[in-house]
Design a binder for this molecule. Sequence first.
Ligand SMILES: [Zn+2]
Length: 370
Amino acid sequence: MKYKVRPTRISPRSSAQMPKIRKAFDVATADRSPRTGRVMPAPIELSTDQHSVDQQPTYRGRFAPSPTGPLHFGSLVAALGSYLDAFSHGGKWLVRIEDLDPPREIPGASDHILATLESFGFEWTGSVLYQSTRHAAYEAALGRLQSHAATYRCHCTRKAIALAARAAPATRRDFIVPADAETRESIYPGTCRTLQQPAAGAYALRLKVAGQTVAFVDALQGPVAQSLQREVGDFVLRRSDGLFAYQLAVVVDDAEQGITDIVRGADLLDSTPRQIFLGQQLGLPVPRYLHLPVAVNPAGGKLSKQTRAMPIDAMHAPAAWLCNALRFLGHAPPHDAPSWPAREVLAWGAKHWRRENLPRTRAQPDPTQF
Ligand SMILES: [Zn+2]
């Protein structure tokens, strides 16, 4: 099984905006097409027997926002951290819109997010990948898992799972402090795993997890280990309403985009062992991970639309937002940097980015809310 990476193009608009950084990207990583003169990506071929990205010379990072609202400070931190880490490794940075869950999306939010990124001076390699266009790929991945009997149909309601989980006390712990009720799920007790005759009606598809612990070393948070069986249970890949689960889409799409290094907020640390396990089941290479501290509000909760995080107004003082995000990530831009053009702050960050400056914590107060 080989994954082709599509030819990519550089947005002419953002190239013009950021000549310095563009040039450095070109020199470090990119080849030019002899025919068109356009910057072309290095070809990447991933084979099923390759379970590590260590042999791949090209760093490919990404930022993958959900269009559930405008960018807030927490998402700017993730965008900036992943961008500067990719840049400092001579890598590429891709953008993916995770528009997987239409009921939770806000019309126009995708465009607003992309416009905000551009006004900060961020530029990305290739076209934006929209998960709403990827259903056939998710279906194909499910088909591969089903052909190995790695999945099963689950007819349980959320309420039934919560009741069963209460009967058998949960041992699940969240890696991250701010876990709101929405993201805290019950451990699935495996009720439907052994059903001989699946019942009629709507069903979710779950992946069977194995008994062994999934362990990896996060580049910032250090060693992480999770027993999927004890702490998560067999998890959903396609919901009973037909929507694909985030865990499936993210694994399939990171492979499609040839992502080697995932830099994102530590609120997703809890999902990483599931994604590694699922990637292994699909024969995909395991990326490297770095989980940044997440910004929390005064009550200690994760920033989100629900907690009324202040949306970023990039039209107003974008450089100041970038300076706040740099400081949040342990970097100290010059005192007058908030008055610079945003792209110069970004260029300063690219030049001074040091992983060893990053705070080794999973959550920090949002400096823009205090
Ligand atoms: Zn069930």
